[in-house]
Design a binder for this molecule. Sequence first.
Ligand SMILES: [Fe+2]
Ligand SMILES: [Fe+2]
Length: 442
Amino acid sequence: MTATEKESKLKAILETERLLNEIKDTDVLLERILTEARSIVNADAGSIYVIEDKTPVKNEDQIQEPIQPPNSEQSVYLKNKILRIKYAQNDTQLKKLEPGSKSPYVYFTFDITEKSIAGYTVLSGKIVNLPDAYCIDESCPYSFNASTDKAMNYRTKSMLTVPLITTNNKTLGVLQIINAQNEKGEQIPFDDDAILFINHFASSATQALEHAYLTSNMIMRMQRMAEYRDPKETYQHVQRVSEFAKEIYDKWAISKHIPKEEMQKYGDILKIAAKCHDLGKVGVSDVILKKPGPGRFTEEERNIMKGHTCIGAILFTEPESELDSMALEVALRHHEWWDGSENGYPGKINYNQYVTGEPVPKAEPLKGTEIPLSARIVAIADVFDALSHKRVYKSAWSVDDAFIEIQKLSGRQFDPELVLAFLSIKERICAINSRWESKAGD
Ligand SMILES: [Fe+2]
Ligand SMILES: [Fe+2]
């Protein structure tokens, strides 16, 4: 590569790094880091891993605490940590799927040991550059696990594995890119230039990631507060609603030909805003929130309960960012009905004048696209998740029955276009469900 080519490449990388800093959701950011890293060195495939606690307490998840770098106590410290693969991308495999499809959902974990390449990278803090993953020197403690290659009928050759270490020497995860290609599409090893670019990119990406964790940890803490008040709004429920919402939006946005940049930006913010849908419950009395049994509310209590939408909106006024604005509309509007019937609430009221603990006053309902898109999406995700999971007052519906119910409510409670998008991604919705169930149980 000539000096001029190198310079223009570095410029492009700097621009990408700037864009990463605008991403707020950690998952969206991790996926983007992987995509961009692959594109910088024209790599066919890759994965990104994060370090997590081994056994999350049920109904809680760990706050992401960056771990300390290798030192004499690290093996003790890492004993209860695992590596979780968050995203795996493979262009060769993707080409075999329908256009517009996403890479399959992955959610497996493994222990951090020197035996795996990613584990070695975490423990040593070193980059591992393999010209051929099948020809590793016997003196190396790690080996290549070929099971995924076998399952996918793929051949991993060159592999570059980079630890994501913050400027404070904390390791957040591992970036692994596979099969660099030249202009002719031939597989080549990662050369010195590639390592230089990826190193530069990885350190900026890590900073962006550290920043995104600050936002996500704050939202997680707020959500835990809401969970103390209303135990059925569990951490897992909120995570699933957030992931479902993003999947529904992506599907809908592709069908509407929404430009890629706009789609990525909206999806990123939606993923976080969806987690805020019921934060307003912090302002509802325990006497009401914890009353057991179905049909448990009097008319007045039901109307007080409806106030959680207004309290949620009040939490996010005066909005100072696009995230605040979307969190506000999701919190305020996730119980509106598409058909404009009085089943929906709170309708056209001034939420700022709502008095906590009082019934929500009657107001003209909102209808159709008067309801913000974000809230129309979260409405489907929230109801589907409530139906398909066990709650204190009801057993879980089967996933099929829950899907049928959402379909029945299309055009009444829910936006029909969004229901169509939701029904067409059943497989992905089920994968998210199993991921969170396995996570709660493992
Ligand atoms: Fe709600
Ligand atoms: Fe909910």
